[in-house]
Design a protein around this ligand. Structure first.
Ligand SMILES: C[S@@+](CC[C@H](N)C(=O)[O-])C[C@H]1O[C@@H](n2cnc3c(N)ncnc32)[C@H](O)[C@@H]1O
Length: 276
């Protein structure tokens, strides 16, 4: 829900990078014990520490969403959103006629999403309930996915939910199901050098990131993909931030935070294409 709230915040900004007209409805439909901001505030000085942290996250999610939107601008006939969550690209983006988007997530997520969204999608949208740490290839194929057609794969905000073995298995399955010409755009799992800092941050944020994030060592994703015959490029979030003129972290929010100092972002993306 924090990601939908973040996209609602982004959509309210005068300098928005993304407009998601559906994001706020998700937050309204499932209120959280501590309310999540859904608007960019007029007065940053009046914010609590928790609100500043949530808005720092929203500032990043706005940039991330735009990066993935642009990565999927011309997706071909078949898109697979791994851990689609409350992603509304199938409703927002003007994909060419004939595009099919498979939305994979845990069963309760598409059920909630369908209960909130009343607008028709702008492409053929196929929700597929799965466990991405298990066998998800079988239900995806049963839903109509064609491994002989090049696919645009997207994994945004997913990898830190998977441990290293599940991440490698996911990449193996993507590889097995990918025709040459397929692309994969991924937000890399976050690096968390200090478990205690993650617990403290979860307390302050009011979102228990420490209970959902796998922090163990992982094989470098670019290497994993290149070993399987993909071209793969790492794109640091800072590079994307410069490209879109969206500083990370937001300097005014850093100033608004008592004793705050700008922490460099460790976030980043991998963009890959299957060539052979
Ligand atoms: C932070 S959300 C990101 C959702 C979406 N990609 C976005 O950026 O808005 C993470 C999503 O991963 C899904 N997820 C986590 N582990 C999963 C698993 N093992 N199988 C399927 N979905 C999973 C969650 O249900 C949630 O919707």
């Amino acid at each position: 829900m924090a990601v939908a709230a973040a996209r609602a915040v982004e959509s309210s900004r005068p300098d928005r990078l993304v407009e998601d007209p559906f994001a706020e409805a998700f937050v309204r439909a499932a209120p959280t014990p501590r309310p999540l901001p859904t608007r960019w505030p007029d007065d940053l000085a009046a914010l609590t520490d928790q609100q500043v942290l949530l808005l720092l996250g929203a500032n990043y999610v706005g940039l991330r969403t735009r990066f993935f939107d642009d990565a999927l601008a011309d997706p071909g006939r078949q898109v697979v959103l791994l851990a689609a969550g409350l992603d509304t690209r199938a409703f927002r983006l003007a994909w060419p006629a004939g595009t099919t988007a498979y939305e994979l997530d845990q069963p309760e997520v598409p059920a909630f999403k369908d209960s909130v969204l009343t607008a028709p999608p702008r492409c053929t949208r196929v929700p597929v309930p799965v466990d991405l740490a298990g066998d998800w290839a079988t239900p995806l194929r049963a839903a109509g996915f064609d491994p002989g057609t090049p696919t645009a794969w997207l994994a945004e905000g997913l990898l830190h939910y998977l441990d290293a073995d599940a991440e490698r298995a996911l990449v193996d399955t993507v590889d097995r199901l990918s025709a040459p010409g397929s692309t994969l755009t991924v937000e890399r799992a976050m690096t968390v050098p200090d478990r205690q800092a993650l617990e403290d941050g979860s307390d302050r944020l009011g979102v228990r990131m420490d209970e959902i994030v796998h922090t163990g060592p992982r094989t470098d994703l670019t290497t994993t993909l290149r070993d399987r015959g993909w071209t793969a490029e790492d794109i640091p979030a800072d590079t994307v931030a410069t490209r879109y003129g969206r500083p990370l972290p937001h300097p005014d929010l850093v100033r608004a935070r008592a004793g705050g100092a700008a922490q460099p972002t460790q976030a980043g993306f991998t963009r890959a294409e299957k060539t052979g």
